[in-house]
Write a protein that binds this ligand. Structure first.
Ligand code: SF4
Length: 56
């Protein structure tokens, strides 16, 4: 299961910088995680200031 970003995202970009496989990109209202690229490492969730990244 890939990680997901909820609507609480403030678009700070911290997650995109933390992702080792560049699975995170900026969407219209929030950042988004490409489930096909995500390797479930959790690096993005650890660095999110508003804890809006959830597993599964
Ligand atoms: Fe990238 Fe890891 Fe977050 Fe998946 S869990 S989006 S691989 S940082």
């Amino acid at each position: 299961m890939a990680y997901k970003i909820t609507d609480d995202c403030i678009k700070c970009g911290a997650c995109a910088a933390a992702c080792p496989v560049e699975a995170i990109s900026e969407g219209d209202d929030k950042f988004e995680i490409d489930a096909d690229k995500c390797i479930d490492c959790g690096s993005c969730a650890d660095g999110c200031p508003v804890e809006c990244i959830t597993e599964g």
